[in-house]
Design a protein around this ligand. Structure first.
Ligand code: FES
Length: 172
């Protein structure tokens, strides 16, 4: 794992003037600049940007007064954080045990095949990104997916396909 942000040359940056930075600052203030709220703050930042741009990581490090390497380490350690832009719409299919036994793999395969995607990739037009998660904390509602940050419980491949088609305007 890289130890400094400077080594993360492949990471995209958000413009310094991006007004979304103010929203990240709001979240930082909401958590009273507590370093132990780093994961929650990064979650908020990713929700705002769709991924974690380099200068957002630097900004969060500065505001929380924690080493940039620590922020980068957390952002790269957890699979639910992304340092690259995702699709305009994002589907996260949970393939944890509870979801897997209820057919999550079929859902994942259907979306992947329908849109020519692999987990972690985005369609060439940037419309749809597909992610795979190990557990999204909704095992009682398995199989569950998250579409554009919204949890969808007890779905099947057809249902997810219809929702994705509705969002992207492109049927699989
Ligand atoms: S395994 Fe899918 S929500 Fe827990």
């Amino acid at each position: 794992m890289p130890t400094t942000l400077n080594r993360a040359s492949q990471i995209k940056e958000a413009p310094a003037t991006d007004p979304r930075m103010a929203k990240v600052l709001q979240a930082i203030k909401l958590y009273q600049r507590r370093p132990d709220a780093l994961i929650q703050i990064l979650h908020t930042a990713q929700g705002i940007f769709g991924y974690l741009p380099l200068n957002v990581l630097q900004f969060v490090a500065r505001e929380l007064r924690v080493p940039p390497a620590q922020v980068y380490g957390v952002a790269t350690f957890y699979h639910f954080f992304s340092l690259k832009p995702k699709g305009e719409h994002q589907v996260v299919v949970c393939t944890g045990t509870a979801c897997y036994v209820k057919g999550a793999q079929k859902i994942l395969d259907a979306i992947a095949a329908g849109y020519g995607l692999k987990p972690g990739s985005t369609t060439p037009d940037g419309k749809l990104g597909l992610e795979q998660a190990r557990c999204i904390g909704a095992c009682g509602l398995a199989p569950a997916v998250v579409i554009d940050e919204e949890m969808q419980p007890k779905v099947d491949a057809a249902k997810v396909g219809a929702m994705v088609a509705g969002k992207t305007g492109v049927a699989s």
